[in-house]
Design a protein around this ligand. Structure first.
Ligand code: SF4
Length: 355
């Protein structure tokens, strides 16, 4: 698509709407200039937005929906899928402090947005980016690199930081008034908060948001997963957010949940994996409070008694009588087994990821 494309409208643009403060302000500034905005929102399990929602970035998702509804603009949500797993696994342009492939991630986002622009006849892309706010993807050199490699050069408008860039196509063509754009830089949010007051934006629960991929502890688990599997899926990555993870010396992976809530979450995530090969075997404590356990191995071993004995001895309340009554819940028909006590946890402890 080019600006000369007869199907595109210079008054129509796509806004990358995260649900956070910056993109909300950018949207308001450009909508106030009479531009017809179409919001595009990406979700993934790695969003650490503080607002409620499930573990798939639904907090941000619902906030983006709220903003879009309040502004009366259409919103399309894109769930980052298997193609994004490949971006995490094999980034062409390096990673940040964790497993965050920020440059490739932004290229992925911009490319997807450009495809969406073409489908609705939009002429430019608006983002809430602020130069210098994030160390990897919002430096001036990175921003230009990302634009170039996503095919979005000259069509990305950043209303909050526009004065630090050469005028973009929509500014040069007079579709938007550059004088009404801003020159914010850096990590401080003071100017955005003042602007929010001016524009009457009062509900912005995740001013910065966050990304689990940039978390060094989470990165240990992601790296381990990629090291031990050639066909990692988003479901596998999602499971890394639940419970304690162990990689045993024999290659088996063990996940042990921590409380009632994570028990249920672990069970449901594993239930959705039963078609996979190898599938996880799931156990839960019967008759006394204790963890749920998922074991991933190369072959199905329904009763790895020695391992279960160590785990249930370690993570069931100390005064619980043994043997422990444990239910094998999947695969197949549920059935109960009696697991003996074994207080020597050292072998399993050695395999703990993120100690
Ligand atoms: S922090 Fe996460 S979501 Fe943000 S650009 Fe980097 S990888 Fe992508």
């Amino acid at each position: 698509m080019t600006p000369k494309d007869p199907t595109s409208s210079p008054r129509r643009a796509v806004i990358l709407l995260s649900g956070g403060l910056d993109s909300t302000l950018a949207a308001r500034m450009i909508a106030d200039q009479g531009i017809e905005l179409h919001a595009l929102h990406f979700t993934s399990p790695f969003c650490t937005c503080s607002r409620g929602g499930d573990s798939n970035g639904a907090g941000c998702h619902s906030q983006a929906q709220v903003v879009a509804v309040e502004m009366g603009i259409p919103i399309k949500t894109i769930v980052k899928g298997q193609d994004y797993v490949d971006v995490i696994r094999n980034p062409s342009h390096g990673r940040g402090t964790g497993m965050n492939p920020c440059i490739d991630c932004r290229i992925y986002t911009f490319r997807t947005a450009k495809t969406y622009m073409a489908s609705i006849g939009a002429s430019f892309l608006v983002t809430g980016e602020v130069i210098g706010q994030r160390p990897m993807s919002q430096r001036a050199d990175s921003i230009h690199f990302i634009e170039k490699h996503s095919g979005c050069r000259d069509i990305v408008l950043r209303p909050l930081s526009a004065h630090h860039f050469e005028p973009t196509l929509p500014e040069r063509e007079g579709w938007v008034d550059r004088e009404k754009l801003l020159g914010i830089t850096g990590r401080s949010r003071k100017e955005q908060i003042a602007l929010a007051e001016d524009l009457g934006v009062v509900d912005y629960p995740c001013p910065a948001g966050g990304c689990l991929l940039a978390d060094k502890t989470f990165a240990i688990k992601v790296r381990d997963l990629f090291d031990h599997s050639d066909d990692v899926t988003m479901a596998d990555l999602n499971l890394l957010k639940v419970g304690r993870h162990f990689r045993l010396a024999d290659g088996r992976k063990v996940v042990v949940s921590q409380n009632k809530e994570t028990n249920r979450r672990l069970e449901s995530l594993c239930a959705a994996m039963q078609e996979r090969s190898p599938f996880p075997t799931v156990y839960y404590s019967q008759g006394c409070p204790g963890p749920s356990v998922a074991i991933f191995g190369t072959k199905w071993e329904p009763e790895p008694m020695a391992l279960l004995a160590k785990i249930y001895s370690r993570y069931t309340k100390p005064d619980t009588a043994s043997p422990f009554l444990v239910r094998i819940v999947s695969p197949g028909e549920p059935r109960d087994i009696l697991v003996p006590r074994d207080d020597d946890f050292s072998e399993v402890q050695d395999g703990m990821l993120c100690k």
